[in-house]
Design a protein around this ligand. Sequence first.
Ligand SMILES: [Zn+2]
Length: 199
Amino acid sequence: MSRFAEPMARLIDELKKLPGIGSKNAQRLAFHILRSSEADAEALAGAVRDVKAKLHLCSVCNNITDVDPCVYCSSATRNPRVVCVVEEPTNIAAIEKTRHYNGSYHVLHGSLSPLHGVGPEHLRLESLTRRVDAGEVDEVIIATNPTVEGEATAIYISNTVRRPNLKVTRIATGIPAGSDIEYADEVTMTKAMEGRREL
Ligand SMILES: [Zn+2]
């Protein structure tokens, strides 16, 4: 029998399903929610509901969008044959602010982290391999973060998408190692894109 009342045990079970959340963390979060105000708990529940009801992932690139395909994938002025792979939808803004990139995107929604139980099966790669297999891509630019996880992910992707006639490049690390591309200024990000090397 569980040592928690049923609603508490249920909340802990749901939180445990989140990536990187083990039993201990799930219990801590559940108790935090229990102690928080009615309004805060309701706001959390409402935000979880809305994110599923109002937003979805672009069927082409996995960007978070309220229209499908997203604005980048449906733009007539962008080159769909060059695909920049990023970890999170927020990273797209970091690339966009260079104003030098005119290709399309692919969002992984994470990076490999064996220590936190995040394996290749948790990365959203299928739609990218589908685009590559259909011959729709000339270059894959891997713009994962310059962290241990980001580098491991870059190697995994380059091995997974490698095909004849497909160029696979990695952005240069003018970006400090261990940081997040989201915080790179536009000059650094532009240099990182220009200095990309083939993998
Ligand atoms: Zn898209």
